[in-house]
Design a protein around this ligand. Structure first.
Ligand code: HEC
Length: 217
């Protein structure tokens, strides 16, 4: 009977030792809190050989910083401040015409050209890449779903000047409409021109655009 009893103390001591060492290791391994500055530094380091115009993209503007700080859920005050700030950046065509050529707009909506390291032809215009996030023409079978479907958008919104302007504003600077939208600010960032944006408005809004033709039965 004394054999097993003699083992109790060493066993308890061994378990205590394992526990103490384990706790010590866990404590040493606990990661320090990661700050925004740490993430900025890691990003900058991983793009250290990038061209200056690429490096410039790592620097957040005020709106991007606000949305990062608020984790894309700004309170009402910040949301309004962002929208006011972004609205000021919207530039309209000098002739005031917001409806361009839907056929050119269609080509832009389908093109993802521009901004990638393989996009080196200065003669080729940047595209809007709208299909990466939206359904547009009903006949198109390949599209992303990050954004809502825009099929029939012009039919539903009508042909008023306000409705066209709302779409122009959305494409020019999505964050003037929804403060921390994940849709790119195509005009404000200089990625698309005023002319391209009005061609895209026509693609979304024109009654004769395939976006607004009734879906085939
Ligand atoms: C990276 C994804 C992304 C791309 C690319 C993108 N969008 Fe969006 N778009 C969104 C998201 C997400 C929303 C919904 C949230 C919001 O309103 O910002 C949206 C909303 C919209 C709306 C408003 C829809 C409504 O509910 O009234 C329009 C119009 C629109 N996009 C048009 C376009 C056009 C035209 C293009 C191409 C030039 C485009 N988008 C490219 C993500 C994108």
């Amino acid at each position: 009977m004394s054999g097993p009893r003699r083992l109790v103390l060493p066993l308890v001591l061994a378990l205590a030792l394992i526990g103490a060492v384990g706790w010590g290791v866990m404590h040493r391994l606990r990661l320090p809190a990661i700050t925004h500055a740490d993430i900025d530094a890691a990003l900058a380091a991983s793009w250290s050989t990038a061209a200056p115009d690429w490096k410039a993209r790592l620097k957040q503007d005020e709106t991007q910083r606000d949305c990062t700080e608020a984790r894309n859920a700004p309170d009402a005050g910040m949301s309004e401040a962002i929208k006011v700030r972004e609205r000021k950046r919207i530039v309209y065509p000098p002739d005031g015409v917001l409806l361009g050529d839907w056929k050119r707009g269609e080509a832009l909506a389908q093109s993802g050209y521009g901004g990638r390291f393989t996009d080196t032809n200065p003669a080729q215009a940047n595209g809007g890449n709208c299909y990466a996030c939206h359904q547009l023409a009903a006949a198109e079978i390949s599209y992303g779903t990050l954004g809502p479907s825009l099929t029939g958008y012009g039919r539903a919104r009508g042909a008023s000047a306000e409705a066209r302007r709302a779409v122009y504003d959305k494409i020019y600077d999505a964050q003037a409409v929804l403060a921390c939208s994940s849709m790119p600010r195509f005009g404000a960032s200089g990625f698309l021109t005023v002319e391209q944006i009005r061609d895209l408005v026509a693609y979304v809004m024109s009654p004769d655009s395939p976006v607004n033709s009734p879906a085939k039965p």
